[in-house]
Ligand binder design. Structure first.
Ligand SMILES: [Zn+2]
Length: 378
């Protein structure tokens, strides 16, 4: 059975916007904030239909739940410039613009500031400016407004990457008659270690979906079109199309490790998944989070309707002549080839040292061709 919406409340905000056209104040918001709005309006952030206020933010940061007790780990904050701050009053209706289009209307509930050091240390576990999420947060200032979304104009949000709303995803599972469906989150092109995970999950569950996070990322992550094209090639060549799906999620990565792992999982719960693969350094960066810390944290929150699935690290073993793991392979470490991020990146970016044990040749060629086309156009 599909899980209920998180907090037993589905949020879906209508498409209309004409009735607010007068007496509103315009503010221009960032891509990240526009994505948060999209996720609120289309059910991914259910039960949240507002950018959080001060008390809710504190409750989330200190106790990992909303004020009503629903587990929640990442505050949804709308920063506002110093210039707009003075003008804003509770009860005002805002027109939220992104790329010069009005995408939403919202009613201001509260203006507040945060102790950024506290916020960063709770959310990211660090206030180190070398952490990409910390650096981006610091660039957003410390003035915020809480506001309830009154309307969202899906047509005017031009960067939705063809993402479906949560109800459409749920309808797909109903149509397929699946009881158990597992989501895999990614921000990279598929290597053979990923393929191994997908196939193990396909053996365990009725269906799987690759649910890449498409949206702003740190500079050394792969960009959205490369991820999408690489997956298209890979899935067409190697996965059973009756059991595997590609369902992108509009999302701006935070790199907040364990807290973000839970956040990703709740978004998948709202999409109707029953299981979610948690990576060994899920939503992590550098060495800020401990090995397996994400899965321990997620399990500690005791979510009932979607289960975090953890699979150990895989590698290619030259003696087994296949992708395998510590649990399965009896051979010595010298026979093992591991999937390091930098190895894959160098292979893709510089076209060097292609290795069919690490990546499928079709995927590699797709990435190479796309990169070449881009260079020609640049
Ligand atoms: Zn082996």
């Amino acid at each position: 059975m599909l899980p209920p919406y998180h907090g037993n409340r589905r949020i879906s905000t209508g498409n209309h916007d004409s009735e607010f056209s007068s007496s509103t104040e315009r503010i221009d918001i960032s891509h990240e904030d526009a994505i948060n709005l999209w996720n609120m309006a289309t059910g991914y952030f259910s039960p949240c239909d507002s950018f959080h206020d001060y008390n809710e933010t504190m409750e989330i940061l200190q106790n990992n739940h909303l004020e009503d007790g629903t587990a929640w780990t990442v505050p949804l904050l709308l920063p506002i410039s110093n210039k707009s701050w003075d003008r804003m009053k509770n009860g005002h209706i805002l027109s939220l613009y992104f790329e010069n289009r009005c995408i939403a209307h919202a009613e201001i509930r509260e203006k507040f500031s945060l102790d950024m050091d506290f916020y960063l240390k709770r959310l990211f576990g660090t206030s180190d400016m070398n952490h990409p999420g910390v650096k981006r947060s610091m660039g957003r200032g410390n003035h915020f407004i809480s506001c309830k979304i009154l309307s969202f104009n899906r047509k005017n949000f031009m960067r939705n990457h063809g993402c479906m709303d949560t109800e459409s995803v749920r309808n797909l599972w109903k149509k397929m008659g699946f009881e158990t469906i597992c989501a895999f989150q990614t921000r990279n092109a598929p290597h053979r270690g990923h393929e191994f995970l997908h196939k193990v999950a396909m053996l365990m569950f009725d269906g799987i979906a690759i649910t890449p996070s498409l949206g702003p990322k740190k500079d050394d992550d792969l960009d959205d079109s490369l991820i999408t094209m690489a997956y298209e090639t890979y899935m067409k060549s190697y996965l059973n199309p009756q059991r595997s799906f590609f369902i992108p999620v509009n999302y701006s990565m935070l790199y907040a490790g364990p807290r973000e792992a839970f956040h990703h999982m709740i978004m998948r719960k709202n999409m109707g998944f029953t299981h979610f693969i948690i990576g060994r350094d899920h939503a992590g960066t550098g060495s800020y989070y401990g090995r397996d810390e994400a899965i321990r944290f997620v399990r500690s929150l005791g979510e009932k309707y979607i289960e975090g699935v953890y699979m150990e690290e895989s590698f290619y073993c030259k003696r087994c002549r296949e992708i395998t793991t510590e649990k399965l392979c009896p051979h010595d470490d010298i026979f093992r080839k591991r999937f390091s991020g930098s190895l894959i990146r160098n292979m893709i970016r510089n076209g060097e040292h292609f290795d069919p044990d690490i990546m499928r040749e079709e995927v590699f060629q797709t990435l190479l061709n796309l990169s070449a086309i881009r260079e020609e156009m640049a």
